[in-house]
Write a protein that binds this ligand. Sequence first.
Ligand code: COA
Length: 308
Amino acid sequence: MPGLRVVGWGTAVPEKVVTNRDLEATIDTSDEWIFERTGIRERHVGGTTASLGTEAGRKALDQAGLTGADIDLLLLATTTADKIVPGTSPTIQHNLGIAGGAVDLNAACSGFVYGLVIANGLFASGAKRILLVGAETLSTITDWDDRGTAILFGDGAGALVLERTDDEGDLLSWDLGSDGSLTDLLYCNHGEKMQMDGKEVFRRAVRVVVDSATTVLEKAKINVDDLSLIVPHQANIRIIQAACQRLNIPEEKAAIVIDRFGNTSSASIPLALVDAIENDRVHGGDTLLLTGFGAGMTWASAVLRWPH
Ligand code: COA
């Protein structure tokens, strides 16, 4: 069965930077506390989900040497669509001149990996090229007076251009999960701001990441020693450290951008992946573990081989 290959990538973040020091002026917190407890130093804030998604998508197309006319589907992972209706993907589709369809998908912070797996299935049933975008403006649903959440979130976008292969492709294994009994741990009602039980999310997150990552490594028959890079969802550096420790993956093998971007939900995995590519940490034939978790709760992991 045909599968997928990554042929382009791009990211976008708004210009405005909000540092921990900036937050000290408005909430009872400190740069030291935030950095020590989360690994975050600053986050970017601003723009719209459509504008950030368009910019990341355009860079990914340029990088692949393609235009919107070459794409038959836009998949947008987001929890912060600009409007309730319509979805944000048609705006990005229009901005980029994409020839095919466009759809939003919301699996919270697991959305980008969900999108990757869905794309893989669509290649098996005839799609030729898919633009997968993760874009978020979490600042619009963050309560900036709540120190339990305001310190964590940021805005941004990342995109991959995916192409159908004649062979089985580079998505070696995947695992998708959901437990809707845990909806109350992290949610945002229409017209309101995000609510979160941080401690419980933390505890559950480590558990689901370890289980899901173990599942995909076993399915792909990959030993942790043969793993080139883990690209985890960037929610809290201590979650990443705890998961790496339990998985016996040296922390040096983790792609980390949380210090600069905070938690950008669907955008965090592509932001971390593209940062690793740009810093020459990803090479042809490498085996990457992408793993995310988020509200729902949902979780999603995939083993991806990097093309030569
Ligand atoms: N600044 C300063 N102090 C703070 C603070 C802040 N922003 N937030 C909490 N504190 C204080 C608390 O009041 C508490 O003080 P006390 O010991 O005097 O009672 C102390 O710091 C510890 O608070 P606690 O809530 O136990 O902190 P924590 O270590 O659990 O960190 C989070 C809080 C939110 C950073 C952490 O729980 C977390 O990251 N959870 C996961 C959230 C997540 O990943 N969400 C997204 C999922 S996709």
